[in-house]
Every structure is written in structure tokens, then in C-alpha cells.
Design a protein around this ligand. Structure first.
Ligand code: HEC
Ligand code: HEC
Length: 632
């Protein structure tokens, strides 16, 4: 037992910082193959010229067609790419496609690339002379392609993939695969350094930024910590008491600012079990003095030439709690705050210290801002509000004296700047149910006191409808966040299976978050959305034959059969009867069981005496079983 504990300990340390990971090609997915060669050209096409130097993808890109200013929006709801005319402020065309596009990127040859997470592909479109987009290329990628970035010379395209947690390197012209790396959980934003030597990848559920070193023959992956590792409380006259802090980061994107990479990252932090604040009430709210366990930081990493990449600082912001997109304009970082329907501007964070970022201005925009694009002159920024289906062009200039005055009010709720803006509505083609649309707004709502007292949203813990990987202190004991997407078809709910309906469960959630509660029509809308969240796509399983056999032989399938398990509580020696959790994505978890008691699968199988016959397996068989579990 001692030996295994040590292994757990080493594994835990290794995830913290500076450790090097070998590139392990994810074995589940066949190599990228070109599936749709260019069809016969029927109509002439035109190049879409890039508006700025940006090489990173976004849900929105600005471009020019023969000097006419255009914007292209990835319309996930309607399965379309929408072209907007920025001269007349109208919708020029909506081209339906067969999948939900997430991110777009203009390639050097004037074509438009799109990630299609729901079909595991990247498609490239050419703009026809008389409007409309024609697909000219499509390649399969590992499961759930999310974001893209081009190398500085435009010859290579890097793609992050979500549940299959990898970075793929492709030639930008033919989309042929040139390399692949396995990263931590839920990769999101991608950025290539100006010297083209490394690729930075942010994660939606991790505490690190992955840095892929391209120059090295084996392409090593460094992990740079952007989380808080300590939690300190001071009471008047006392020395601060500090406790080790478990944490998660939701970093959807990163941006380049001079020689630095800025990572806007939300964080929710459970009070550590050893802290006097834990257990006081639900989901980590300790006391007034303990502060809200939620922040957003602009983490700053050195992206310069040097061999060493350091995290320079964490610059605290308390108003933008679900940062979803960012751009840099004139040395200022502009962030789209999904849960508060604002864009916020920050001055470049000071290099040296862990200070608050200089808050400059905030502008209210339509609901659900998910993408930003800078315009060529830097005087305005385009904002796509995906819930309101609205493109706004917002002036970004702030008078220098105002900028100076505002930097003093760093921690205040942002005063909204009345900056001029133009709005273009994009009508729905495929209409969603009104309850679903309302439910989505509620799920991401950051500043609704009916949901939480400290501005947390459901999406703060259930990141993208999945989970933050964290264990929270609750009055019932420690509880790890459960995955929602694709798991809620059958009752009961909660780790103890104590709630026979979702309504009963969320009533308790509001109490835990000290929200005043929603009226039943709003609860119904919220649950309509939550129930509809699709099951995250899974990598196609390699036939890990031995492991699969052992899974059946050791009786694991008796309870863990199917996607959501048997939806029944069992006492498997963890203190009481708990619900069988899904094993989907289990290989990427760092905390296992309802209370996070095991740090890895080997330890769990060896020590857990009441789950099938796992604990009696030999070390070799355990290894094979772990190999199989990692493919789920
Ligand atoms: C502080 C983090 C946090 C926030 C915020 C949060 N949850 Fe949860 N959620 C959890 C944890 C932890 C569990 C497991 C709780 C348990 O079993 O007691 C959970 C469980 C659930 C479940 C049960 C899933 C299952 O398979 O049994 C649902 C449904 C759910 N949450 C919905 C929501 C909704 C809707 C909101 C917003 C109103 C929300 N949660 C906000 C942490 C959070
Ligand atoms: C009797 C039903 C049952 C059997 C049989 C069973 N499990 Fe479990 N399993 C559970 C329950 C219940 C939990 C949650 C316990 C808790 O959180 O306290 C769980 C949790 C787990 C977890 C952690 C999941 C998470 O999200 O933290 C893993 C991994 C796991 N089981 C693997 C296995 C394997 C491998 C086997 C076969 C050797 C197996 N289980 C057999 C019921 C079972």
C-alpha cells in the first residue's frame, strides 16, 4: 500500500509544473486523411483577404473581398457560416453546412478554414464570386477539433482537440498530418510563437498551459502552471494561515502581447478540506472574509526566445468570470465575458508583480458574446453575441485621461463606457425552442443572485456542460462535480442518488450557492437546456482486448455498463452508498470517486475492495485494465 501511495504522490507532483511529457500519439484515432478532394470548380472564386495579422482562430473573422469589409461568423446554432457586409451593416449571405462550426481562420490563399467538432473534421471553404461558400477540402481529425492557429510563415496549421486532448500539426495547403501530441484535459486555445518554435495551448479544465516545443526532435511538451497553489486567510492581527489549494482553470483562449502570452482564465477554488472555512456551507462559500472562491486572472507567460518559459504573473480581475474570447488592440487586452454579456478592456499587466490588471473600460453587448475580431485600424472591435445572434462593432478608443483615471478602480464592478457601437442582427434560420434558449442563458449567467450569491454560474463548475474535475466541500461531505452532458436521461441524481428529479437536485444547488432560487418556469427552461447537452464524443475505441476482457471478468461492467452506468447507488467501501459514475473520459481525471480520494486508476483498482474483483488482479492485469479504461 505504501508503495502505491508514493506513486500517487509522484504523479500528483508531476502535474504541477515544469515536468516534461513525452509526446504520446493518442492511439485511438487513425491518422488524418483527406476525405473530400476539391470538387470540379463550377464557379469562379475570390480571395478573402485578412484584415489583421492575427493567426489564431475565433468564432468570428474580419476580412476584405476586393476592399469591401466583410465579417464571417461560425453560426453553431444554425449550422451555417454567415457573411456580414460591414459597409451596409447587413447580412450578406448565410451558407448552410452539414455540421456545427466552432472556429474560423483565414488561410494565406484566401480560403476559410472551420473546425467542426461534432463531425471530427476541418473543412476549408472558398468564397464564390457572387457570394456563398464552397467546400474545397475536408480532413478528419481526432475527436472534437476546437481551435486553430497558423505558423508565422502560414505553411502550417495547428489544431487543438477537446475530448481527445491533442494538438495536431498539419500542412496548411494540403492539410496533411505532420505530427500529433497528447496534452492534458480539454485543450482549447492555440497560439504559435512569433519565432515559430513553440505552440501554446490553453485548457478548459486544467491548471496549466501546455507548451509544445517544435524544434526538439521529439517535440516535447512543457506544462506551465497558471493556478494558485496556496489558499491563505488572514484574520485581524493573525499571521496568514495558508493551505494547499486544489484548483482548476477554465482558459478558453490565449493572446500574444509583445513578447508575452496572456491567458485570461477563470478559476473556481474549493476551500481546502484543512481550512477552517470548509464545510461551513455548500460549494465552497466560507464566510464574508473568506471571499468568493471565484476569480478571473490574466496570466502572463514569457513567449520570448529564451529556453525557459516562465509564468510571470497572475493579474486578478473580479468582473469577467467566464472569459470566452480575447483580442489585443493597441497594447490593450479586450476580453469577451460570456456570462455577463460585456466586453472588458485591460491595460497591459505589469511585468513584475501579482497585481490586479489595469481595468480600462467595459461595454455591454448582446447576450452570450463568444467571439471577437479586431479591425484593421484598431479603432473598433467586432463582437459576436451568439445568444442574442448579433454582431456589434464597438469603438475601442478611450481618452487617455479616462484610461488613467480608471486604472485606479481595478476591483470595482466595471463602469460601462458608452462607446459608440453598431449592431447587426442575424435572424435564426433553424429556430430553437424558446425554453432551451432561455435555459442556455441561465446556465451561463454570471450575475444572477437567484442562482448564486457570488456571481458563479452553473458553467463555472460544469465547464462547457462537463465538469471542473474538482471536489467541493458540502454540508453532506466532499463531493466531486459530476459531468452533466449526456448523463441525465435517467434518475436518480446526485452522488448519493438522493434526488429523484432534477428539479429537486437544483433546488439544493441554489441553496449550496446561496442563490435565492429561480421560479419554476425558469427552472424548467434551465433543465431543458441541461438535459439536451449532447454526450461528449468519444474516441473510437481501439481493441484493447485484454483490458476489455478484464473489465468484464472483474465484474466492472455489472455496474459501469453503458454510458451513464446503472444509475444506482452502491456501497463500494467509500463510507456510504454512492451513484455509479460514468467512466467516459476517466483516463484524464486527477481526482477519482465522489470525494476525490484516489489520484490515479491503478491505485483505485488495487485499493478498492468492493468494486468487482479488481483488487485481486495482478499488477500486470491492472496495467492492462487501466489501458482499457483510458480509451473510454
Ligand atoms: C460549485 C460548483 C458547482 C456549481 C456552480 C454547480 N454545480 Fe452542479 N454539481 C456540482 C457538484 C459538486 C455535483 C455533485 C453534487 C452531489 O452529488 O451532491 C453537481 C451535480 C449536479 C447535477 C447532478 C448530476 C448527476 O449525474 O447526478 C446536476 C443536474 C447539476 N449539478 C446541475 C447544476 C446546475 C443546473 C447548476 C446551476 C444552477 C449547477 N449544477 C451549478 C457542482 C456545481
Ligand atoms: C457494485 C457496483 C460496482 C462495480 C462492480 C464496480 N464499480 Fe466502479 N464504482 C462504483 C461506484 C458506486 C463508484 C462511485 C463510488 C464513490 O464515488 O464513492 C465507482 C467508481 C469508480 C471509478 C471512479 C469514477 C470517478 O468518476 O471518480 C472508477 C475508475 C471505477 N469505479 C472503476 C471500476 C472498475 C475498473 C471496476 C472493476 C474492477 C469497477 N469499477 C467495478 C460501482 C461499481
Amino acid at each position: 500500500l505504501l508503495g502505491l501511495t508514493t506513486i500517487g504522490g509522484i504523479m500528483a507532483i508531476a502535474t504541477i509544473t515544469g515536468c516534461r511529457q513525452r509526446p504520446v500519439p493518442p492511439k485511438e484515432t487513425p491518422p488524418v486523411t483527406v476525405v473530400a478532394p476539391a470538387p470540379v470548380v463550377s464557379k469562379e472564386t475570390v480571395r478573402i483577404q485578412r484584415e489583421t495579422e492575427a493567426r489564431e482562430s475565433s468564432g468570428l473573422v474580419a476580412g476584405r473581398i476586393a476592399e469591401a469589409r466583410r465579417a464571417f461568423v461560425a453560426d453553431e446554432d444554425d449550422k451555417a457560416i454567415v457573411e456580414l457586409d460591414l459597409e451596409t451593416n447587413t447580412v450578406a449571405r448565410s451558407t448552410p453546412i452539414d455540421a456545427r462550426p466552432r472556429d474560423l481562420l483565414l488561410l494565406a490563399d484566401g480560403t476559410l478554414a472551420a473546425t467542426l467538432p461534432d463531425t471530427n473534421a476541418i473543412a476549408v471553404f472558398a468564397r464564390e464570386v457572387d457570394g456563398g461558400l464552397r467546400e474545397v477540402r475536408r480532413v478528419k481529425t481526432p475527436v472534437e477539433p476546437m481551435a486553430m492557429a497558423l505558423s508565422p510563415d502560414d505553411t502550417e496549421l495547428f489544431v487543438s482537440t477537446g475530448v481527445s486532448h491533442s494538438l495536431v500539426r498539419l500542412s496548411a495547403s494540403a492539410l496533411e498530418e505532420r505530427g500529433r501530441w497528447s496534452l492534458g484535459r480539454e485543450p482549447r486555445g492555440v497560439l504559435v510563437s512569433d519565432d515559430g518554435k513553440r505552440v501554446f495551448v490553453s485548457h478548459a479544465t486544467d491548471t496549466v498551459v501546455s507548451v509544445v516545443q517544435l524544434a526538439q526532435s521529439e517535440g516535447e511538451v512543457l506544462r506551465r502552471d497558471i493556478g494558485h497553489r496556496q489558499f491563505c486567510i488572514t484574520t485581524l492581527g493573525d499571521e496568514p494561515g495558508c493551505f494547499p489549494q486544489r484548483h482548476a482553470r477554465n482558459a478558453q483562449m490565449l493572446v500574444r502581447l509583445g513578447s508575452e502570452v496572456i491567458v485570461p482564465a477563470a478559476q473556481v477554488m474549493p476551500n481546502p478540506p484543512s481550512s477552517p472555512l470548509s464545510g461551513a456551507s455548500g460549494y465552497g462559500i466560507g464566510s464574508e472574509s473568506g471571499g468568493a472562491p471565484i476569480t478571473m486572472d490574466l496570466a502572463t507567460l514569457d513567449a520570448g526566445e529564451g529556453a525557459d518559459i516562465k509564468t510571470r504573473g497572475m493579474h486578478n480581475v473580479t468582473t469577467c468570470l467566464l472569459p470566452r474570447a480575447a483580442v489585443v488592440v493597441d497594447g490593450r487586452v479586450i476580453v469577451a465575458c460570456l456570462g455577463s454579456s460585456r466586453i472588458e478592456q485591460y491595460g497591459a499587466p505589469a511585468k513584475s508583480s501579482f497585481t490586479a490588471a489595469a481595468f480600462l473600460a467595459a461595454t455591454q453587448v448582446g447576450g452570450g458574446p463568444t467571439a471577437l475580431a479586431a479591425e484593421r485600424d484598431g479603432a473598433s472591435v467586432l463582437v459576436w453575441s451568439s445568444f442574442a445572434r448579433q454582431l456589434a462593432r464597438v469603438a475601442t478608443s478611450i481618452k487617455p485621461e479616462r484610461a488613467k483615471a480608471l486604472t485606479k478602480h481595478v476591483d470595482l464592478r466595471p463602469r460601462l463606457a458608452r462607446l459608440p457601437s453598431v449592431k447587426i442582427g442575424v435572424p435564426h434560420v433553424v429556430t430553437r425552442e424558446p425554453a432551451w434558449l432561455r435555459g442556455r442563458e441561465l446556465f451561463f449567467a454570471n450575475e444572477d443572485p437567484r442562482i448564486s450569491r457570488d456571481n458563479r454560474a452553473c458553467a463555472s463548475c460544469h465547464v462547457d456542460g462537463r465538469d471542473d474535475g474538482l471536489t467541493w466541500q458540502t454540508p453532506m461531505g466532499p463531493r466531486r462535480t459530476r459531468v452533466l452532458a449526456g448523463q441525465l436521461d435517467a434518475a436518480p441524481y446526485g452522488w448519493r442518488g438522493e434526488h429523484s428529479t432534477l428539479e429537486d437536485h437544483v433546488k439544493v444547488t441554489f441553496r449550496q450557492l446561496q442563490g435565492t432560487g429561480l421560479p419554476s418556469s425558469e427552472v424548467e427552461a434551465l433543465l431543458t437546456y441541461v438535459r439536451s447537452l449532447p454526450k461528449p464524443p468519444r474516441p473510437t475505441q481501439a481493441e484493447e482486448a485484454r483490458g476489455k476482457e478484464l473489465f468484464a471478468a472483474a465484474e466492472c461492467g455489472n455496474c459501469h455498463g453503458g454510458n451513464a452506468g446503472d444509475r444506482t447507488v452502491h456501497d463500494v467501501g467509500t463510507g456510504a452508498a454512492f451513484m455509479t459514475p460514468t467512466l467516459a473520459g476517466i483516463g484524464m481525471r486527477r481526482e477519482l470517486m465522489h470525494d476525490g480520494r484516489y489520484a490515479n486508476l491503478d491505485d483505485l483498482i488495487a485499493k478498492s475492495k468492493a468494486m468487482g474483483t479488481g483488487s485481486s488482479l495482478s499488477a500486470e492485469d491492472r496495467h492492462a485494465l487501466v489501458g482499457y479504461l483510458e480509451t473510454l
